[in-house]
Write a protein of this length. Structure first.
Length: 298
């Protein structure tokens, strides 16, 4: 077992970031609310599968405990894990403009007080895409079940559990075998096609992290994928740091109703008009409304 620490930016808080997005309850993540730790079965580039146990120190830096290494933690492996977790916790993201914006709105001043605003993501865009696809046109309970079955196709960890499968692993499966295992319905064919395009080098989805990539162009790239409509594309963009689009679903409509004294919106256009003044940050403000109660309790 090896332990090291990843520095975090000012105003970062570990647990509100963990619970900011539903990924923390989807394998291969494993959250322990009582201990305030986040675990993950994780496959390294060299093929080794390890278990990461993450917690915050007194200064809210991320302490990383690595279990299952064969020969200790090499510098390259430490850098690889650090990059993966920087992606997951959005540690490179500057939220100062966002906090300056919400500071001017009494209803949203709690966001800065809780150091909220970062959304837990997967270490890879592939994993974020696959999980987002499994949230479309279904319930959260069924999403968890499909994701759990998908994860068992990844490389096993010696002490139990599996890493998230690589696109190469999914692409190598016959589509019918994949869907028999995952039971994702129509999503199975789209998942296989996505994995095959990434594995073949046709799609370089990690390049989508480039902050210079315009939001409009990125949105069109995501919508060009089979199975990714407005909601899924808007959700994926938020994980990549683009918040100028909404991703309105049932939960968002319920949150809007709650903050308007139980009066539902007459249309999604009404909801869009409400968030319009928040400009480039509108999608994140909408997500904060969805997650408000859990984040205030974190």
């Amino acid at each position: 077992m090896t332990t090291f620490t990843i520095p975090t930016p000012p105003a970062f808080r570990f647990w509100p970031t963990v619970t900011s997005h539903g990924w923390y309850v989807l394998s291969p993540f494993q959250a322990d609310a009582e201990a305030r730790t986040l675990g993950r079965i994780h496959q390294l580039d060299d093929g080794q599968v390890v278990r990461l146990i993450l917690r915050a120190d007194a200064d809210q830096h991320i302490v990383v405990q690595v279990e299952g290494l064969q020969n200790g933690l090499a510098p390259a492996q430490r850098n690889e894990i650090s990059r993966a977790l920087t992606n997951s916790f959005n540690l490179d993201r500057d939220l100062s403009d966002f906090y300056a914006l919400v500071r001017r709105h009494p209803r949203y001043q709690w966001i800065e007080d809780r150091a909220a605003g970062r959304m837990l993501a997967a270490p890879t865009v592939w994993e974020d895409l696959a999980k987002t696809l499994l949230t479309t046109n279904t319930t959260w309970n069924l999403t968890q079940q499909m994701n759990a079955r998908l994860t068992t196709l990844g490389t096993a960890y010696t002490a139990g559990g599996h890493a998230f499968p690589t696109p190469e692993r999914i692409a190598a499966l016959p589509p019918d075998d994949l869907n028999t295992h995952v039971r994702a319905g129509y999503r199975g064919a789209y998942l296989h096609q996505l994995a095959a395009r990434i594995a073949a080098g046709e799609l370089d989805v990690e390049s989508w992290r480039d902050p210079a990539l315009p939001s409009t162009e990125l949105y069109q790239r995501v919508k060009g994928l089979k199975g990714f409509g407005d909601y899924a594309a808007g959700s994926l963009l938020k994980l990549l740091g683009h918040f100028d689009r909404l991703a309105t679903d049932t939960e968002c409509r319920a949150a809007y109703k709650a903050i308007h004294n139980g009066v539902p919106a007459q249309s999604d256009a009404e909801i869009a008009a409400y968030y319009q003044p928040f400009g480039l940050w509108r999608g994140l403000v909408q997500w904060m409304d969805v997650m408000e109660s859990s984040l205030k309790d974190s």
